[in-house]
Design a protein around this ligand. Sequence first.
Ligand code: ATP
Ligand code: MG
Ligand code: FE
Length: 347
Amino acid sequence: QLILGIESSCDETGVALVRMPADGSVPTLLAHALHSQIDMHRAYGGVVPELASRDHIRRVLPLTQQVLGDAGQTLQDIDVVAFTRGPGLAGALLVGAGVACALGAALDKPVLGVHHLEGHLLSPFLSADPPEFPFIALLVSGGHTQLMRVDGVGRYEILGETIDDAAGEAFDKSAKVMGLPYPGGPILSKLAESGDPEAFKLPRPLLHSGDLDFSFAGLKTAVLTQAKKLGDELEARKADLAASAQAAIVDVLVKKTLNALKQTGMQRVVVAGGVGANQLLRQQLNEACAKRKIRVHYPELHLCTDNGAMIAMAAAMRMQAGQQQADKHYAFDVKPRWPLDAIVEPA
Ligand code: ATP
Ligand code: MG
Ligand code: FE
């Protein structure tokens, strides 16, 4: 079966085609295409929801044609149309959901709404060396930071999460107060490569709290205070400040992940979400886990941030597990707020 996946929850339009084998083995990616709206939103310093929706409308069908062409398939070959049902920007989600249901109705094929975070969570299954259940998941994206125990598809237990900002937000906000362009995360981490991570002492909130929760809101303030203190010197010390901020965020993420592994006795960890592309995080987690004989899995670099492949993949894995079936109702709704707990299957 061929699953078309459409992602439009925020500022990237992603479309992909995944093949779901009938024998239950891991689905494979045939083709995917992405359009990022970063350049469009940069002038505003952040995502403008109305502009995001309009751009998804412009991109989604041409991207679909591109994906089908790359995979050597036609619209008639699609068996299921999957789309991101939430969480995300309501108007943006409506574009993907609307197009998915219209395609489904026109082709007489069933549709399936997917949880965006489940897409991130299962994205490492698209890599050449997919993980096996059970594992600890560190989900670090622009809007979420959670440690989870994952026992199988649909079997997720949240062990801890951020009480304020997400890790990606901490990267983005720190970058912003340092005067770096949007989106700050990848730019800050690039700049950090030439800086000294010990140049500035920045807080590592909740590092020793004993639980698995995170807090990053204070970091932005600490970076801002430091930037102000530097004044004219900021320009010359920017790389040091970036390196120090990145080190603080990564420290907390790695330490808490190790705590989660220890508490649960798990031998495997999966990292997902945009911050999973961060090289320092990968390096430090790899080192710490190698010492403890713990396996670490990541999504491929280009599939860490939002994409259609993870949406098609999550739909395929849900269907294979018999937990969700696509249907031809086409009476879609979207869920801008939708906690991951809401889609947990009973054990
Ligand atoms: P959510 O999935 O929670 O709804 P989102 O879809 O906006 O949020 P993602 O697309 O998973 O989040 O990730 C985007 C985030 O990842 C941004 O905050 C971005 O700064 C961050 N990010 C991307 N690459 C890197 C990197 N190399 N280092 C640090 N942060 C990064
Ligand atoms: Mg994005
Ligand atoms: Fe995302």
